[in-house]
Each structure stands twice: as C-alpha cells, then as structure tokens.
Ligand binder design. Structure first.
Ligand SMILES: *[C@@H]1O[C@H](CO)[C@@H](O)[C@H](O)[C@H]1NC(C)=O
Ligand SMILES: *[C@@H]1O[C@H](CO)[C@@H](O)[C@H](O)[C@H]1NC(C)=O
Ligand SMILES: *[C@@H]1O[C@H](CO)[C@@H](O)[C@H](O)[C@H]1NC(C)=O
Ligand SMILES: *[C@@H]1O[C@H](CO)[C@@H](O)[C@H](O)[C@H]1NC(C)=O
Ligand SMILES: *[C@@H]1O[C@H](CO)[C@@H](O)[C@H](O)[C@H]1NC(C)=O
Length: 942
C-alpha cells in the first residue's frame, strides 16, 4: 500500500504519530519542478536537430550482419552526449525471432557515461542461429539519407517496422527510434498502466516503476517494454489481402489477422509516443536491443516472448488458486481469528489469510508487534490454519528501519546484521543512503551486493521459525522512499526518538518552483536531472520523488538511475531463492507489486492500490489481459476495491468477476469500511455461489496454468486472441475468456441489471452454451446481445467443442482435490469436443510423477462414418490419483443410444437425457472407476 489518501496542504513530509514527530528537511518529498519534455513547447525536436548515422564496414553472414554506424554530421547533443560510433548486430535468432542491437563501439568501463544492461541482470535469449532465408522476418537497411532499417514479414511482405525518413538518435542519456505504423494500428502492452487493453493511436506511454495508487494512463508499479501489434486484412475475392483498420470492419466480409511482438531489452525510464501513423520509442539510457517476434498469431508471439526471452511463468501451488482474504486494518491476531471464524460460520470458502503491515512491530520487517501480534498466538493461529487446509501469507517490505544511533531504540538486529554484511545502498560518496518509509528513516538492501541474498534469506528464515508463512507478499519495491534523496543522513541523529509512525507525503509540488530544464553538457551525465524529462507520475516529474533517488549507488558502482526498474525484479529472485530453502521442495508463492519483464518466472502480481469504484473494477480486465502478454498469468486485483469505501452492489459484482481471475483476493485499505464477503447478505450469497463454480473448475484452471508454465500460453485471454479473424474484437476488454473454453461477461456498471456482450465466432459456426442452463445460446453474429443479469449473477458461457475437467466444490482446495471427478462436455456444432487435464501433487517444484489426460469426443465414427457418439479419455503419466469419476454431463446431444462405459452398460436409472435441452447426464460411474477416474484409458459411448 501507499499512504492513505488524506489531503495534505503543505509541501512537506509529515509524520503523524502520537509520540513523535520526525524532523525532515523542508520540502523533503517535493523535488524539483520539471516540465516533462512532451509538454514543453520549447523542447528540441531530436528528429530535426540530430544528424543520424551512416553504416559502414558491413559484414553479412547466413545468420545476420554486423556494421559500424558513425554519426552522419555534427553532434546534436539534444538530451545528452551523442555517441559517435555504434556497433550494429542483426541476428536471425530463430525462424520467428530477430534481434537488432545497437551499442556504443567503445565502452569505457571507467567512464560511466552510459550503461549497457548486463546479461547477469537481464538474460538475453539464446540464439538458434537461424538462416536469414528461413526466417519469416527480414531485415533490410539503407544509408539514404541516413541509416534506417525495415523489418518485413517475408511470407507476406508486410512492413512491420520502418525507420525510413527518420533519424536514429543515440546519446548517453537519450535514445530515440521512430517507426511508421499503419493507419489505426492496434497496439497492446507497454505497461504497467491503468488503461484500456488497446492503447490507441494518440497516447504517450511513460514507464518508470512508481509507488502510485493506480492513477489512469500514467506509469505505475511495473516495467514491461513490450508490445503486441495486431493487423487485420480483408481477404479479397482473388485471395489477396488488404490491410484494414479494425474499426471499419464489416461483418459481411472475410478477414484474417497477423500479429507480431516487439521487445526493447532496456531497463531505463522510457516514453513511447503513439501517434496516428508512427511510434517513437525513447529511453533515457542503455542501448537499443530490440527483439521482433513473428507470430503470426498472438499465441505464438506471447509464447515465443516468454519461452525464448523473459522466461516461462512459475508454476503455482494448487492452494494459491483458492480464495484469499486480506485487509490492512486488522489490529491483532484476535481479529484474524474472528475473520476465520466468520468465514466458517457463513460457510464461505477461505484458503489463505494475509497480513498487511499491521502485524509489524513499529513497521519493522521481520518483527511482530509483541502486544497485538505475539509469536505464540501467531504460531497457534497459523497451526490451526494449516490443520484446516488453509495458509498464511504476510507482507515484507524492502524498506528497512534505520535505528537512530543516539536513540534508545537502536536495537534492531536485522539492521545490525545487514550493516555487518554491508548490504545497504549508498550515496555517491559511500555513506549509507537513508530514505524514509513506514518505520521512519530507512535503508535499502542492495541486490547487486553478493551478501544481500544471504542476508535476506537469513532474516526471512529466522522470522519464519516463529511465523510459518506459506508465501511472501513483497510490497513497496519500486523501490519506494517517502522523501527525496538520503534525507535521513543529516537528520537521523537529531531526531531523538524517530520510530514507527504513520506518515503522509505532500503531493502538491507545483506551486512554487520554476521549471528547471537541464542543458546537457557534452561528456557529462546528469542522473539527478536528466536532460530529457519523462512524464513521470510523481510531483515535478522528478525521478527522486517517491522512490530511492537515481544517485543511490550499488556495490558495483552502478547507480539506481540505470537499474531502478529492476529493483523488484532482483528482490523477487532473492525472495524466490530464499523460499526454496525455507520451504524446501515447494513452489515458492510470491506476490510482488513491482515487476519487470520476466518477473513471472518467480512471482504473481496484483493490480496494486486500486480504488473501490466501478471504473477500477472494469480496468482490472485490461490490466489482467496485459499481464497475460507480459508472462505473469498469476494476476488479480484487490477485489471490492482498496482505497475508499466499497458498497454492497460493487462488492457483489466484483467478488463474482474476480472469481475468474487466477489470483482471487479481497484486500482493503486502512480506514475503509470492512469488505469481507460476509459483510452483506447478498455478497455472502453471491460469493458462495460463484466460489462453488470456481472451485469446481479448479482442475481446468490448474491445467491452463500448467500449460502457461510449460508453453507460455495464456490463462486469461482477450476475445481477439481466440478469434483472430474478427476485427470487431480488437479492443474488446469488457468481457474475456478463461482459457479457450469459458467466456465471462460481467456487469461493470452501477445499477445495471443487464449487460451487453458479443458472442464471437458465431458466423463461422461457433456455438456457446449458457453455463447455468446448459443450453445453446440463440445469438446473432457480430452484434451485442443484451443479457438479463440481476445482482448476484454473472454471465458465463462454455464454448462448443470443450471438455472441462471438474471436481466437487469445497471450503478449501485440499478437499476439492480429494473429491470425485466430473466432466462437462460441450459439443461443437459438428458434434466434437476436446480438452485436457493435468494433475500432480499440487506443490512440489520437482514432481516424481504427473498425470495428463486428453479428452476427445465425436459423434461420427471417423473410420466408418457411421453415427457413434463417444468420449475418449487417454491417460499418460504415473501420478496416482484415486478419486473416482462421479459423472459426465454432455451438452448439445441430439440423440442417445446405448450408454456404455468401456463396454459395460450403464444402467438406465443412472442416465438422464432431456431432449429439449439436449443435455445428457451420465451418473453411476463411481463403481466403474473405483480405483480412480484416470486409472486407465476409457471410452464412454451414448
Ligand atoms: C491527441 O491527444 C492530444 C492530447 O491529449 C489532443 O490534444 C489531440 O487533439 C489528440 N489528437 C487527435 C488526432 O486525436
Ligand atoms: C509522427 O507522427 C506525428 C503525428 O502524425 C508527426 O507529427 C511526426 O512528425 C511524426 N514523426 C516522424 C519522425 O515522422
Ligand atoms: C542525490 O540525489 C538527491 C535527490 O535528487 C539530491 O538531493 C542530492 O543532492 C544528490 N546527491 C548527489 C551527490 O548528487
Ligand atoms: C537469480 O538469483 C540466482 C541466485 O542468486 C542467480 O544465480 C540468478 O542468476 C538470478 N537470476 C536472474 C535472472 O537474475
Ligand atoms: C457492444 O457494446 C459495446 C459497449 O458495451 C461496444 O463497445 C461494442 O462496440 C459493441 N459491439 C458491437 C459488435 O456492436
């Protein structure tokens, strides 16, 4: 969380606490008042001011080429110092992946004029060294009028990226690359931000990790310099293709789409200007290390991006898909015990109890408040959770209390041990960097230091001896600091008793300071006030506000300016490694607020400090879909809303919506009204109802998640990704799919009792079944259907052609896993269906045995062509699951003959068939599958 949103009038930092008021420098968190470059009418246009480059010394091989780029005129030094010579490397890394890298030719390690992201921090993908001629991506270049290049799709000739008519600008603190784009292009990604799924053609995407409670359209916690570009083409009568703007599509015509992805492997603050016919990518340091992914489907782009480049998402433990309850306003263990008792009394599923910073002793990490959160009571509480199949996840921040050396509160062992191991970030001169945060003045672990991971592990492990957590929630890791610079350096000793307190930070810095624009001095790097001012969300757009400042220094001399966006990424890795030791053998569960490209290989993410309003409920969908593209499928938001008071109607709708997100947690801000689902009768009912469905579908969700973990497929999906040939879906983000088979259309408007939704694929013969009625929807193609959706209901549809593996709902996932199986088969228009199931022990990193089942149904014998309706289950793997098969429900059945299971007749009293609804239910399978539903291959015929 950030501080509560209370109005603060004066531009100073306040600590509001009964016992102490900390002394901070005046204006401690206000920073300089900078005008962001994009709003500055006098800003230099680097495109007209700068000379570009000329390529020479071209060397071409089968796998790519290299060249030297020299400045094609006088240096412009627009926002830094021009680099006079660059090395260009173009590599066909795979048939569907191309790398274009531009780095300064002479990297002088003693002069930190520029910083190239090392592979030790952010690995590069392995090159398969494809042959240029085999790649679907083609690189061409020209020196006229200065060096420019194109990336085209070889199979179609589509120009994917084209810098013709622009100059490349490469300075120590400013890089600019411009490409033309087709009219009304569809771009997705470039997060993290609160925005619709499709970015639009007139938008500026600024990225720099920031502790900020989900304001719209600006940079927030995470950093993902990746976009997906989807283009639609009309298929003409002669088989040729014509590009069309998605929004002009006409339902009577035929279209196809092709997608590609672009990743800029660069960790500096960035700004991407999306304009009607071009994209301008700017960064304030590093190099140009671009990766193109050919697709041509979104699924191929996303999978390639993860599998080759950033890493596949971590597999999660089964329990993490249960329901999580959190609140930043639980004053003691008694309250948590009462919450658990309430869930039990109302028989609402509860899987995991969370602790926000309430539990800490004066907001110090790794220490419980001895009065309200004593260790012995905690041990008993967590023990009883574990005995009842539940878990406990507490928060830990990377902001570490710095004891006043002259005070009487200097006894803080985690700090002492960290100091001994020398693990804190420092000031440029070598003194410890002392910022401010929840505990008062704070220091920050330096993840570049070889001792830091071991210190972090040790602190978590020591504390974990008393508090047997099941996962760790890492917050404030942008990394947040509530004052500018090392504010504690001069004040910490003057403050007699600085210690835990609430504090608030002035956000109003606009009143006094005059605009400060730094004029670049050749050869000098100004990291405090970089000459190019990104439109950073914090007051004054100052990079030093709300975060550890850019000049904080790591043990290897690297400054935060160059690695700020990687702070959480490294902390997440450190936490992952620690959890593998503290909870040996089990998949670490980590929830991180700040993320970088690749954080998904270790952690889950939640949407941060959202607001309890309808807009933020809607925005949770595009936010989740964006994180599908970023390879962080374990995503959810603070259900019912974090800041501000929720209400019964909103919380009802939101509890139902979030039930279809992989990570399902209700969390609340201090000072807001309580919002556990039992606070209102209608919310209790709606939650129990929808959790019953979610829990029954957990085998489907877990299987999807395993697919994501092994192949880079997505869990929550945009309609446009599953139905790529329908341009009208390009911006749809008010409804979504869970995997390929379930579509959710939530009510997102206050007071509404109906919702409009589209049913994709109808014109191509797709059919959709209502999940509750189990009947086919009679809907038209390409139009909105209005669906009656009273409070307490959410629209849920099964796609024809699906087989959904299910179990019985229960109050905890442990009991779901021990219940009989069932299958829900939804036949397609031509009577077929398929699906799969993955089963393992649900927790181990390394599995001794796993189980996979493929399901296939058809209603025509493929060999004889005769009518024969069967569902086949083909089992592979040795994992022992002894739960029997309870029943099979088949939707869309037009006739029923003899029902047999592996040749054994199923008694007629075990069969229910409704000719009108076309639903066939086959019960009575328990006896036939006593040793387990997946003990052997089987066939069910009807
Ligand atoms: C683009 O956005 C800017 C700033 O929001 C606005 O002033 C301008 O009119 C927009 N241009 C177009 C073509 O929509
Ligand atoms: C990009 O497009 C914008 C608006 O269409 C235009 O003003 C600008 O000059 C273009 N940039 C370049 C480098 O062509
Ligand atoms: C470091 O950055 C802070 C915040 O911008 C600034 O106040 C301080 O003067 C800087 N220190 C040095 C040595 O540049
Ligand atoms: C993660 O941490 C481990 C252990 O410290 C280290 O070996 C590995 O290189 C790190 N991975 C990344 C991508 O930083
Ligand atoms: C359906 O309604 C939504 C608004 O709820 C609208 O954005 C969308 O364009 C409509 N789709 C069609 C196919 O009419």
């Amino acid at each position: 969380m950030v501080r509560p949103a209370t109005a603060v009038t004066s531009a100073v930092l306040f600590f509001v606490h009964a016992s102490a008021v900390i002394t901070l420098p005046p204006g401690a968190n206000t920073g300089q008042n900078l005008l962001p470059n994009i709003d500055d009418p006098n800003a230099v246009n680097a495109q007209t001011a700068c000379p570009g480059y000329t390529a020479t010394n071209m060397q071409t091989s089968n796998h790519g080429m290299t060249a030297t780029l020299s400045l094609a005129g006088d240096a412009c030094n627009a926002y830094g110092t021009d680099v006079d010579s660059l090395d260009l490397t173009v590599e066909y890394q795979a048939n569907d992946r191309l790398n274009i890298e531009l780095v300064p030719s002479h990297i002088d390690s003693t002069n930190s004029s520029w910083y190239i992201l090392p592979e030790t921090l952010v690995p590069k993908p392995q090159s398969e060294q494809a042959n240029a001629d085999d790649s679907d991506l083609k690189f061409t270049w020209s020196n006229k009028p200065s060096f420019n290049f194109k990336v085209t799709r070889r199979s179609t000739g589509d120009v994917l990226f084209n810098t013709e008519g622009t100059v490349i600008v490469f300075e120590n603190q400013f890089i600019e690359l411009v490409s033309s784009l087709p009219e009304d292009y569809n771009l997705y990604g470039l997060g993290e931000r609160m925005h619709g799924l499709r970015l639009g053609n007139n938008f500026t995407a600024t990225t720099y990790t920031a502790d900020n409670p989900d304001p719209l359209d600006v940079n927030i916690y995470g950093f993902h310099p990746f976009y997906l570009d989807t283009r639609y083409y009309e298929v003409d009568g002669d088989g040729s293709y014509t590009y069309v703007p998605a929004d002009t599509a006409d339902a009577s015509k035929n279209y196809v789409s092709r997608s590609h992805g672009v990743f800029l492997r660069n960790a500096h603050g960035q700004e991407v200007l999306l304009r009607p016919d071009n994209i301008t990518w700017r960064t304030i340091g590093g190099s140009l290390d671009l990766y193109f992914y050919a697709g041509p489907s979104q699924a191929e782009v996303t999978s390639n991006y993860q599998a080759s480049t950033i890493g596949l998402p971590a597999m999660q433990q089964y329990w993490t898909f249960g329901y999580h309850q959190s609140n930043w306003d639980w004053p003691n263990w008694d309250t948590l015990e009462q919450v658990v008792a309430n869930f039990s009394m109302y028989a609402i599923p509860l899987e995991t109890m969370w602790s926000d910073i309430d539990y800490m002793d004066q907001y110090r990490n790794f220490q419980n408040d001895p009065v309200n959160y004593p260790y012995d009571q905690g041990a008993d509480f967590i023990d009883s959770l574990h005995q009842n199949g539940m878990q406990y996840v507490p928060i830990v921040d990377p902001i570490i209390y710095y004891p006043n050396p002259n005070g009487d509160t200097a006894d803080y062992a985690p700090y002492d041990r960290g100091t001994e191991a020398n693990v804190w970030l420092t000031n440029p001169g070598g003194s410890v960097y002392i910022g401010a945060g929840w505990p008062g003045y704070t220091v920050y672990p330096d993840w570049h230091h070889p001792n830091t991971s071991a210190w972090w592990l040790n602190e978590l492990a020591l504390w974990g001896q008393s508090i047997k957590f099941d996962g760790i929630w890492i917050d404030m890791n942008e990394v947040s600091s509530s004052c500018v610079g090392s504010c504690g350096s001069a004040y910490v000793t003057q403050d007699a008793e600085h210690e835990a307190r609430d504090f608030e930070v002035a956000a109003d810095a606009t009143s006094t300071a005059s605009y400060l624009v730094t004029t670049p001095t050749p050869g000098v790097r100004d990291i405090n006030y970089p000459p190019y001012v990104i439109n950073h969300v914090q007051p004054g757009h100052d990079l030093a506000v709300g975060a550890v400042s850019p000049n904080a220094t790591h043990i290897d001399g690297v400054q935060e300016y160059d690695v700020h966006n990687l702070y959480a990424y490294q902390e997440t890795n450190g936490t992952y490694q620690a959890l593998t030791q503290i909870i040996p053998g089990k998949r670490p569960f980590i929830l991180s607020r700040s993320t970088f490209a690749g954080s998904g290989k270790w952690a889950a993410h939640w949407g941060g400090d959202n607001i309890a309003d309808w807009l933020h409920m809607y925005l949770s969908i595009p936010q989740a879909l964006s994180f599908s593209l970023y390879g962080i499928p374990m995503f959810g938001v603070d259900t019912c809303g974090f800041e501000g008071n929720t209400d019964e109607e909103l919380c009802n709708r939101w509890m139902m919506l979030s039930a279809f997100f992989p990570f399902y947690r209700n969390h609340n801000c201090i000072g807001s009204i309580p919002q556990e689902p039992y606070q209102w009768t209608t919310v209790t009912q709606a939650s129990k109802f929808i959790m019953g469905i979610r829990y029954a579908l957990l085998p489907y969700m877990y299987t999807l998640f395993h697919d994501a973990h092994t192949t880079g497929s997505t869990v929550m999906r945009a309609l446009a990704w599953e139905f790529p040939d329908d341009p009208s879906l390009a911006a749809v983000d008010r409804q979504f799919l869970l995997g390929p088979s379930l579509m959710i259309i939530p009510v997102l408007d206050q007071g509404a009792t109906s919702v409009d939704g589209v049913f994709p694929g109808i014109a191509q013969g797709e059919i959709w079944y209502d999940y509750y009625m189990q009947t086919e929807m009679a809907v038209e193609a390409g139009v909105n259907t209005t669906l009656d959706t009273p409070l307490g209901h959410i629209q849920l549809f099964i796609r024809g052609g699906s087989v959904l593996p299910m179990q019985q709902p229960a109050l905890v996932t442990r009991d779901v896993r021990n219940s009989p199986w069932s299958l829900l088969v939804a036949l397609s228009g031509n009577g077929t269906a398929k699906g799969s199931l993955y089963v393992d022990d649900g927790e181990s990193i390394v599995q001794n045995a796993t189980l996979s089942v493929d399901f296939k149904a058809n209603t025509t014998d493929t060999e004889t062509g005769s009518a024969s309706s069967s569902l086949y289950a083909s089992v592979s793997g040795d994992f022992q699951d002894t739960n029997a098969l309870g029943n099979v429900t088949i939707l869309g059945v037009s006739s029923v003959g003899n029902v047999t299971f592996n040749g054994n007749a199923v008694g007629s009293d075990s069969i229910a068939y409704n000719e009108e609804s076309k639903v066939l239910i086959v019960n009575g399978l328990l006896d036939l599958t006593q040793s387990g539903a997946w003990d052997q291959d089987w066939v069910l015929s009807w």
